[in-house]
Design a protein around this ligand. Sequence first.
Ligand code: SF4
Length: 444
Amino acid sequence: MRAHIVTYGCQMNEYDTHAIRSELAGIGYSFVDSYKEADLVLVNTCAVRGKPVEKAQTLLGELRKEKRQRGNLTIGLIGCLAQLPEGQRMGKRFNVDIMLGPGAITQIVPAIERGRFQSFEFDNELRFYSPPPPTGSVSAHLTIMRGCNHRCTYCIVPTTRGPEVSRHAEDILNEARALADAGVVEVTLLGQNVNSYGLEPGTGVRRARLEGYPSFAELLRMVGRVGIPRVRFVTSHPINFDDDIIEAIADTPAVCRYIHLPVQSGSDRVLKRMAREYTRDFYLNRIKKIREFLPDAVISTDIIAGFPGETDEDFEETLSLYREVQYDMSYMFIYSEREGTPAANHFDDMPREVKARRLARLADLAKEISLERNQEWVNHKVEVLVQGPFDEEGMSLGHTRGNHVAVIAGNLDPGIHQAVVAHATPNRLYCIEALEDAMLDSTV
Ligand code: SF4
């Protein structure tokens, strides 16, 4: 039995794919690189943005054709998209055999056995699982919570993944210890808003702690003591990114000083329409605090260009915030309407050319600032986690503690290497391996 799994989406989807692979391996499946050779094809798709959904649709069209030609292909649509009416329509249209939402993916084996299984209910028991450590990989993901209690008007996650549920700290620590024993040197703690870990249901900053659960800051310290040299986390919400978390990062050496703090817009008017629950000033105050406690922190963000009702003035405010923060890197997107979200129901979209023009301006600014920020690393020492060979002969690819993509000279073994930055572009640091006694003054 041969399976092929395609993942379109975020790290949560990748983590789920890893769990599914281990479930399938447990019942005898091997894995192939092309759907042409597979008996079972699973499409694990995020539904937050339009792009992965479009890709899934195209692939499902190809798979339907393949199935018609040879008859013996089982197709599964899993992940957030399968949870939505849009995904269910696709399931029918493309003759999909298995549909599983993200809360039920551990049901993949019974689903295959039954041939058809649909689950759109959230089941807390099913949300967490401990997949075995990845083989041959130096990095791993670890889910600490699922779902989201915020209600950003553009976002489908609260519908697809349900309300926040935190995983018990002891289970998290056991999984982290297993990863450390397996030789994993970098773990990324995952959740839609990891900063809310262990909080009572509700939103905002005044929520009480769940009994028996540590705060996210305490959890960071606990995971930081397990023995994995690098601990990361994604993603954060500015309203829950409190001073304790900043202090925990500052005093826990294993926690990487890389902070991804999505801002989405620099305009208070747009932030309000997005229901982000913070203002521009609140966000900038968080950045100030980060810079105060962690002057060497690498900071990135997410921005949406062309949210409904965003005026030229609003967009200028986003550009000015970007300049003020001086982000090291960013992930920017054109607003894409998602069926079932408040923004799609209540706001009028704008012409795509306007959004594209704004995105291009933002991308130009980001490129300019990233280049300046990256050039500051030239002649400085960085710690690179090499993951494998780079496209160019004789070079290896990895990333720094600050999450910069790093290309390092030599065919190096996967693992941590000390290096010196020789050259920087907006997207990469080009490095050479550092000699033991190199004159270096900082490591990020
Ligand atoms: S914080 Fe907002 S954008 Fe993030 S998952 Fe929750 S609702 Fe979606």
